[in-house]
Design a protein around this ligand. Sequence first.
Ligand code: NAP
Length: 340
Amino acid sequence: MKAVALTHYLPIDHPDAFLDVTLPTPTPSGRDLLVAVKAIAVNPVDTKVRAPKAKVEETPRVLGWDAAGVVQAVGPDVSNFKVGDKVFYAGDITRPGTNSEFQLVDERIVGNMAVSHSFEQAAALPLTAITAWEALFDRLKVSVPSQPTILNKTILIIGGAGGVGSIAIQLAAKVAGLTVIATASRPESEKWVRDLGAHHVVNHFGDVQSQLAECGFQTVDFVLILNDTDQHFPMAAAVIAPQGMICTIVENAKPLDVSLLKSKSAGFVWEFMFTRSMFQTPDMQAQGDLLNEVARLIDSNVLVTTLGKVLLPINATNLRQAHAALEAGHVIGKIVLKDF
Ligand SMILES: NC(=O)c1ccc[n+]([C@@H]2O[C@H](COP(=O)([O-])OP(=O)(O)OC[C@H]3O[C@@H](n4cnc5c(N)ncnc54)[C@H](OP(=O)(O)O)[C@@H]3O)[C@@H](O)[C@H]2O)c1
């Protein structure tokens, strides 16, 4: 099968940062699906895993954790899917990634694609939708969709126009009924977050606390940090309401002073979307279930894809271009690559 892989961890401007290779097609066992990958999306985790280092892989390593495709074969214990089903998933960071023509993935972390979606629209969603859904509903404990929020609660979403922010805004505003204040620093990213449902927009490179006050908010009930935790945590601690909750998905480089939260009895929680698959938690199926719910919400016109740009085909040249854009830090929505 065709694949885009690496053997050396190189800067993205190096011509060999990714290689077009041919690898053996794997065979499914247990609860694995073999998926014929039709479209993939790139995420900052890809660039973090690819970050330059001395390590050399003996066999080409396939990255990538977002795909849409068609079930090609199933393992003997598979019960949720059959050959021919159109699926979307992020996969498992401990296994080979999505940047190959065929891939094995555990059925419990796979969802059925929205009927109304093309492969590229579907591939834009899984990793970020899982992250945003788990952050909002499992970590921040925002009221679950079946129990609509009755209080007019507020959420500050930092990094609103990125991949995760683009779906988090929609889930918070359209599914949970929260008042959403999103951050964006440029006219085009501000327009993008407003179009997705943000009620207010503030600039993450300015004084966020003062801008919130100008919008009429002294505090917010929830803060979701989707960029630069070191920069934003002290501000989040200052604006969080008494008994509010802060969630971050981005690793910190410096220690975080959680004592800032004590007098408010405010909470702090991490979201890492690979936790369930990495630790094979008993509730792994929750990711497949939430992807199915996201697809249902797409087909009901509640949510829209966060697809920003499509590159054709899936090859080393286009993957380098996509990684370079992510590393520059101002992508709007998702970059998707389509067809091998
Ligand atoms: N823990 C997890 O499970 C998990 C899952 C997914 C992602 N992540 C991490 O979350 C982060 C965001 O991922 P993503 O896919 O949303 O990234 P992304 O799509 O690359 O985010 C780009 C956005 O970040 C905004 N931005 C740039 N600098 C910022 C700053 N200093 N403060 C706030 N926003 C800023 C930009 O807005 P402007 O152009 O308007 O400045 C841009 O729209 C990455 O570090 C990623 O690795 C973690």
